[in-house]
Ligand binder design. Structure first.
Ligand code: PLP
Length: 295
């Protein structure tokens, strides 16, 4: 039950007819070396990952995370992950983790060692940072140009835009740029002025009483937290919509949030230095729902 917790996983082909996977992963000492120097994940960022939250012993949105891993694998031409194996590894990890508090559970599928025969995979759990203040107070956001027009994912699939790859150097650079500009976070725009996503989050806004998120066209990730919040809103009789959103529409929204698996929902309080409308009660309700999920 100690953190960090690490499992090394020997990926099993998706066609396998195995019924048990317990012998395909094993715990390792998180402080000891575990990867080979030739790992393409470290050499080239050539791999994919997911991060889900575990709250009071409940892993959140396991199936959406596993299906997004499969989607990322397809985009990156990686061998298809075996969903039953990942389900088993996550379930095993959860039995070994503390059943109190918020944890971040990251799982990685790498192309493996250069000229090696097989992909490598692992799972790593840590205690989540304390996001209570930011959930309460929101974030100041600046918009940043992502450098591509709308439709780039279809024209240039080798940019891997819709995959959650390990190459997050650009996302981290954008966050540093936001900090240089006196903000806490950023929202990427296409060169033609459409809202995309944050470097580690999806964007939801409320416009004219409808909850809207940019259509996951292939250039952005389809966020599991956004999908979960849309289910919550639909169950409460609210209207939700996937569509293109211009930056002007975002500026004039009734409210806007950045949402992601571990930080959950945070209100956008300023956009490019201008105050945004916020709804503290709704933000609290979003986070209470997200924290209270049992699946
Ligand atoms: N978009 C990007 C680029 C992300 O990195 C993330 C999460 O890390 C998200 C969106 C939100 O996805 P999720 O809600 O599944 O965490």
């Amino acid at each position: 039950m100690s953190l960090p917790f690490t499992l090394l996983i020997d990926p099993v082909a998706v066609e396998s007819e195995r019924s048990t996977f317990d012998d395909t992963f094993h715990e390792v000492d998180s402080a000891a070396p575990a990867l080979r120097v030739g790992e393409l994940s470290t050499q080239r960022g050539d791999g994919i990952f997911e991060t889900l939250s575990v709250v009071n012993g409940h892993p959140h949105e396991v199936e959406p995370h596993i299906s997004r891993l499969s989607n990322s694998a397809q985009i990156c031409d990686l061998p298809a992950p075996n969903p039953a194996q990942w389900r088993a590894a996550i379930a095993y990890a959860v039995t070994r983790l503390p059943h109190q508090g918020e944890l971040a559970l990251k799982f990685v599928l790498s192309r493996g060692v250069e000229s090696g025969p097989a992909p490598t995979a692992w799972l790593h759990a840590t205690r989540a940072a304390d996001f209570s203040a930011v959930r309460q107070n929101g974030v100041r956001v600046v918009t940043l140009d992502r450098g591509y027009p709308r439709g780039v994912a279809e024209r240039a699939p080798w940019l891997l835009m819709g995959a959650k790859t390990l190459s997050y150097a650009i996302n981290m650079a954008a966050l540093r740029e936001a900090h240089h500009r006196g903000a806490d976070d950023t929202i990427f725009l296409t060169t033609d002025g459409y809202v995309m996503e944050g470097p580690t989050s999806s964007v939801i806004l409320r416009a004219g009483g409808v909850y809207v998120t940019p259509a996951p066209s292939g250039a952005i990730l389809h966020g599991t937290t956004q999908q979960s919040l849309f289910e919550y809103l639909v169950a409460r009789g609210e209207k939700v919509e996937y569509r293109d959103v211009t930056v002007d529409e975002l500026r004039h929204a009734d409210a806007a949030w950045l949402v992601s698996s571990v930080r959950l929902a945070v209100a956008v309080t300023t956009l490019d230095g201008e105050p945004m409308n916020t709804d503290a009660q709704l933000t609290d309700a979003f986070n209470a729902y997200l924290l209270g999920r049992t699946h």
